[in-house]
Design a protein around this ligand. Structure first.
Ligand SMILES: Cc1cc2nc3c(=O)[nH]c(=O)nc-3n(C[C@H](O)[C@H](O)[C@H](O)COP(=O)(O)O)c2cc1C
Length: 185
C-alpha cells in the first residue's frame, strides 16, 4: 500500500560536496547536497544555492567555483561548512584545510579532497527557494594516491552520501556499468 505526501526532495542518497569560492575577499567553503552532473559534453555540474547564503554572492559575482569531493572521514568538516557562515568564520582555517590555486578560476581547491572540479558559472536560473547554478568544468584535479592500475579508486576515495539529514559511507561494489546487458549475451 502506497501513501502520498506533499512534494519533498526525496531523491536519495545524494553526494554532499564542499564548494569553495572566492571573490575580492577571503576564500569560503559551502556544503551543498543539491549538486549533480547535468551534462557530459561539455561537462556541466548543477548546484542549488539559496540566495541568502554568503557563498551565493561570491559565486555569482566571481563567476567561478570549485566542487571538492569529500571523503567519509571528512564528515566533520562537511557538517561544519554547512552550519557556520563565511560571514563570520574562516572555514579553511577552522576545518584545517589547505587552499591550493586553481588553473583558471579564482576560487582555491581544497588540497585534502581527492577530486576538485574547477568550474566557470555558465547560467544562474532562479527556481524558488534555491537558484540553480550551472557550471562548466574547466579542469579536473585529482590526487595521484587515489589512482590504482590507471583507474580512480573509489574504495580509497571513501565517498560519503547524504540522505534524510544523515551522512553515510558507501563502500560495497555492486557491479559495473553495462554488466546487466553483458550477462544476457
Ligand atoms: C549536509 C548539508 C547540505 C546542504 N545543502 C545545501 C544546499 O544544497 N543548498 C544550500 O543553499 N544550502 C545547503 N546547506 C546549507 C549551507 O551549507 C549553510 O547554510 C552554510 O552555512 C552556508 O555557508 P555560507 O553562509 O558561508 O555560504 C547544506 C548544509 C548541510 C549541512
Amino acid at each position: 500500500m502506497k501513501k502520498t505526501r506533499k512534494p519533498q526532495p526525496w531523491l536519495y542518497p545524494v553526494p554532499p560536496v564542499l564548494v569553495s569560492c572566492q571573490n575580492t575577499g577571503p576564500a569560503n567553503i559551502i556544503t551543498l547536497a543539491w549538486a549533480g552532473i547535468a551534462c557530459s559534453e561539455p561537462v556541466i555540474v548543477s548546484l542549488g544555492i539559496r540566495p541568502e547564503r554568503h557563498s551565493y554572492g561570491i559565486i555569482k559575482e566571481s563567476g567561478g567555483f570549485v566542487v571538492n569531493m569529500p571523503m567519509a572521514s571528512q564528515m566533520e568538516q562537511v557538517d561544519t561548512c554547512g552550519v557556520i557562515s563565511g560571514r563570520d568564520h574562516d572555514k579553511f582555517k577552522e576545518c584545517g584545510f589547505t587552499a591550493l590555486p586553481g588553473n583558471l578560476v579564482h576560487a582555491p581547491l581544497i588540497a585534502e579532497c581527492p577530486v576538485n572540479l574547477e568550474c566557470r558559472v555558465s547560467q544562474v536560473i532562479p527556481l524558488g527557494s534555491h537558484d540553480l547554478f550551472l557550471g562548466e568544468v574547466v579542469w579536473v584535479h585529482y590526487s595521484e594516491e587515489f589512482m590504482v592500475d590507471g583507474r580512480f579508486d573509489i574504495a580509497s576515495a571513501d565517498p560519503m552520501v547524504y540522505a534524510f539529514s544523515r551522512y553515510y559511507r558507501i563502500a560495497e561494489l555492486l557491479g559495473r556499468h553495462g554488466e546487466s546487458i553483458m550477462r544476457k549475451r
